[in-house]
Design a binder for this molecule. Structure first.
Ligand code: 13P
Length: 249
């Protein structure tokens, strides 16, 4: 059985300790189904504060990592540091980092290696722009992205990752992928994984959907055969919405 995961990517939101405490406390106090793995990805500055609130029931996630252990990399945080702060999941390859910080697939691959080395689960993001969707080349585009990020890893390593399909045209736009669009891509990603790591491992890697996933569309997305949960942006900033999403399986 694959893990069901709902991960909340807070991005650069929640600007005060009181706002952070309020959101994390409301989520941890809610009744949450045992069968769902819940992850919170606050901004790095708030990791330890959130860790102290959520304790064991909820997992702590980071939004970024630098693929060096330590050294002269001003402003960066290493996987070893994240591990020490209690982080167990980390987002890599998010389209916002690719767009605003020019992060390449090769750079994403080095981050994955470093996270795996310290025992943090990478949530590897992929997804096409609207132009690529409209050109009908989206399956080949995402395949390229995934292969470029994951080609160098062994099957045992690939068994330890999570993939999030986040079409760029759906992020923060209110325009969600239809169930058909999501299932088509997720099935394709599982096939790519099959080629990289074999059928058994491909069958156990959780594939998350992200992009305007909300309480009113999550149920039909999470019910799809190859969708194992969501990577949530906007709706993760309201405890009631996020808790509803966790109950959407
Ligand atoms: P939204 O849910 O706000 O569309 O963001 C999705 C996302 O980018 C999560 O990483």
């Amino acid at each position: 059985m694959r893990k069901k995961i709902v991960a909340g990517n807070w991005k650069m939101n929640k600007t005060s300790t009181s706002a952070v405490t309020e959101l994390a406390s409301a989520i941890v106090q809610a009744e949450l189904p045992e069968s769902v793995t819940v992850v919170l990805h606050p901004p790095a500055l708030w990791l330890e504060r959130v860790a102290a609130i959520i304790k064991e029931r909820i997992n702590l996630g980071a939004q970024n990592v630098h693929p060096k252990v330590e050294g002269a990399f001003t402003g960066e945080i290493s996987a070893t540091m994240l591990k020490a702060a209690g982080v167990s999941y980390c987002i890599v390859g998010h389209s916002e980092r690719r767009q605003y910080f020019a992060e390449s697939d090769a750079f994403v691959a080095t981050k994955i290696a470093d996270l795996l080395a310290v025992g943090i689960t990478p949530i590897v993001c992929c997804g096409e722009s609207l132009t690529i969707r409209e050109n009908n080349t989206y399956l080949a585009f995402v395949e390229e992205q995934i292969k470029a990020c994951l080609m160098g890893f062994t099957a045992t390593e690939l068994a330890k990752i999570v993939i999030a399909y986040e079409p760029i045209w759906a992020i923060g736009t209110g325009k969600t992928a239809t169930p058909q669009q999501a299932q088509e891509m997720h099935a394709h990603i599982r096939l790519i994984l099959e080629h990289l790591a074999g059928k058994d491992i491909a069958a156990q890697v959780p594939l998350l959907y992200g992009g305007s996933c909300k309480p009113d569309n999550a149920k039909e997305l999470f019910a799809l055969p190859d969708v194992d949960g969501g990577l949530i942006g906007g709706a993760a900033l309201q405890a009631s919405d996020f808790v509803q999403l966790i109950h959407s399986f």
